[in-house]
Design a protein around this ligand. Structure first.
Ligand code: FA5
Length: 358
């Protein structure tokens, strides 16, 4: 039988030469990819040493015994050298990363800083949850609002003195006709008209969102703050529903012991109108010398009232058929009462010492 080229090359000397060449080549390699290429070239299924070993079967018995032992020894040598070189290279890589990037891979990892919800977000969720439990849905509306919704639809026409109740930040905007002034909404009440225009009674919604006023700030007034508007419209809603709902809200937020006060108040879009206050946390309602409640013993948390028939008629509802109540409350003031915060300006001054307490 004619000998194949591999078989003709299969001698102790050729095995020795192949081993030496392979080891020399291996020592010159410096990364994991070239190590893998080297393994395939010598020890892979069609590698040079593998092919040599396959040729053993064609040698006579005596040759097979001696050459076979050498070839198997060569295979073990190459495998051991490969393993050692792999280890050397990965240790070298780790040491290099450590030197270049100054990473001590043995140090424990840095803990991830966990964020938390802003106190306003927490109280907004609590307020909305209380109303959702009473059957209200949640909607949101635009912060940049038309004069039309912020005032006109709320029974506050141009030139009406009630506009002075809301110090306004106007947007420098004019359309082609030069009309329709825009502003940063001064309250969430514009959503009353938007919700009623978009749906039919029965309506029960709360509207959380930001408001803006051109306001001199003090311990209970910010120029930018949140409100939660509430609106319920249906056949036969009375002032008793308003009081019952808001008492229940106060009970859920502050517990049964907290004192609540309703007083007559004026808002052009409700009739009658009230404001609701809670006894001051700082002076326990005593009032004397208290800068938080300005000596009154009470902190106002919301305005409310029965939706004005003109507002109902303005969105196309029949005021003879439908009645409703509305309210607008200040979540920061509620958080102040609940957690004993003495200055509303702490909420948005980004002082982590304050924010971390919640
Ligand atoms: C209003 O804004 C009315 N839209 C409320 C309303 C809605 C009345 C529906 C009737 C029916 P007022 O300006 O009083 O009303 O504000 C309501 C609440 O927002 C206040 O009770 C207070 O809790 C909060 N608030 C008002 N101004 C500020 C301010 N500058 N900083 C922080 N909170 C404020």
């Amino acid at each position: 039988m004619p000998e194949s080229p591999e078989v003709s090359g299969l001698t102790p000397r050729s095995i020795e030469e192949l081993t030496q060449a392979a080891v020399q080549e291996l020592e010159g390699l410096s990364d994991q990819e070239s190590l893998e290429a080297w393994r395939v070239a010598y020890l892979g299924r069609r590698g040079r040493l593998t092919l040599m070993l396959r040729g053993l079967s064609q040698l006579d018995l005596e040759q097979r015994r001696t050459t076979g032992a050498l070839a198997n020894q060569a295979k073990r040598t190459l495998e051991e050298r490969l393993e050692r070189r792999t280890r050397e290279i990965s240790e070298g890589e780790l040491a290099r990363i450590g030197l270049q990037d100054s990473i001590d891979v043995t140090l424990p990892g840095r803990p991830m800083a966990l964020g938390r919800l802003h106190p306003t977000t927490q109280i907004l969720r609590e307020i909305c949850d209380a109303f959702v439990a009473m059957g209200f849905g949640i909607v949101e509306g635009p912060e940049v609002e038309w004069d039309h919704y912020n005032f006109e639809m709320l029974n506050i026409p141009k030139g009406h003195p009630a506009r002075d109740m809301w110090n306004t930040l106007w947007i420098d905007y004019s359309n082609e006709a030069g009309e329709q002034p825009m502003l940063l909404r001064t309250h969430t009440s514009p959503m009353q008209a938007r919700v009623m225009e978009a749906s039919q009674p029965p309506i029960r919604v709360v509207v959380p969102g930001k408001c803006y006023r051109y306001e001199a700030t003090d311990a209970t007034h910010e120029w930018h703050f949140y409100q939660v508007e509430g609106l319920a419209v249906d056949d036969g809603i009375t002032f008793a529903d308003l009081k019952g709902t808001l008492y229940e809200f106060a009970r859920r937020l502050f517990g049964a012991d907290r004192k609540v006060r309703f007083r007559c108040d004026y808002f052009p879009f409700v009739e009658p109108g009230v404001d609701m206050s809670i006894d001051c946390f700082a002076c326990d309602g005593r009032g004397s010398g208290c800068r938080i409640c300005r000596d009154s013993g009470w902190i106002e948390i919301m305005g409310a009232g029965m939706v004005h028939p003109r507002v109902l008629a303005g969105v196309g509802y029949d005021p003879e058929k439908y009645t409703g109540f509305a309210f607008g409350l200040g979540p920061e003031r509620i958080a102040m009462l609940k957690y004993g915060i003495e200055d509303i300006r702490l909420f948005y001054s980004n002082d982590l010492r304050f924010l971390r307490q919640f």
